[in-house]
Design a protein around this ligand. Structure first.
Ligand code: 13P
Length: 251
């Protein structure tokens, strides 16, 4: 049975008091999960807070981005080693907001995944097409390219230690969710690309769906054969919503 994972991506949201209330509820509820892991990826300044609130619980935490450099004169960057010092298990790489708003390309994202792996953490590698790309019928081409550039760089050993997330850009923060069939079709394609490299990795790789996941649609999405959990934006900021999504991944 593949690992199930529900990961909150807080993006640039939060404050110390709001975070405390949310993290305490996640810590308490994570203990009740058996099949699914609950994790939160918080803004860098809140990593210490997440670490102290979640340490000793079954919940995990991580960064939303990472530098591809290990150290040096790179103003504003945060290294994978720094994330590890704060107990991170995960780091998101290649989120579409990084690709689109901050100009990150496939090659840089591949280096970031490698940097995360080099510190013994799990990169959550995001892929996904824009609406224009979907309408042009090139979803598979785009997603396949995004995945293959990273896979070529990190190799089978790296892939084995990674998590993938399919996030159609048109479904992020729009309230417009991919239908379970649309999500399943791309997840199956992604698993097929992995199988072309290594059947064992394809069989065990958790592939998360992201894009307007909420309590009301999570069970249906997670019921699809190749959907192994969710990468959750807006709904991860509301404890009851996020925890309901985590419970939906237990099914
Ligand atoms: P929303 O759940 O807010 O659509 O965001 C999805 C996302 O980008 C998670 O990384």
């Amino acid at each position: 049975m593949r690992q199930r994972l529900v990961m909150g991506n807080w993006k640039m949201h939060g404050s110390l008091p709001e975070n405390k209330a949310l993290l305490d509820k996640v810590a308490a509820a994570a203990g009740g999960l058996n099949r699914a892991i609950a994790a939160v990826c918080v803004p860098y300044p809140y990593l210490a807070q997440a670490q102290s609130a979640l340490a000793g619980s079954k919940a995990a935490w991580g960064g939303q981005n990472v530098s591809h450099y290990p150290k040096g004169a790179f103003t504003g960057e945060v290294s994978a080693g720094m994330l590890r010092e704060f107990g991170c298990r995960y780091a998101i790489v290649g989120h579409s907001e990084r690709r689109q708003l901050f100009g990150e390309d496939d090659a840089t994202i591949a280096l970031k995944a490698g940097a995360v792996l080099a510190e013994g953490m799990v990169p959550v590698i995001c892929v996904g097409e824009t609406l224009a790309e979907r309408e042009r019928g090139i979803t598979e081409e785009v997603v396949g390219r995004q995945l293959n550039v990273v896979a070529d760089r990190i190799g089978p050993e790296g892939l084995k230690a990674s998590v993938l997330a399919y996030e159609p850009v048109w479904a992020i923060g729009t309230g417009k969710t991919a239908t379970p069939d649309q999500a399943q079709a791309v997840h199956a394609y992604v698993r097929g690309v992995l199988a072309g490299r290594d059947k064992g990795i394809a069989a065990t790789m958790p592939i998360l769906y992201g894009g307007s996941v909420k309590a009301a649609n999570a069970a249906e999405l997670f019921g699809m054969q190749d959907v192994d959990g969710g990468l959750v934006g807006g709904a991860s900021l509301v404890a009851e919503e996020f925890l309901a999504i985590c419970r939906a991944a237990e099914g």
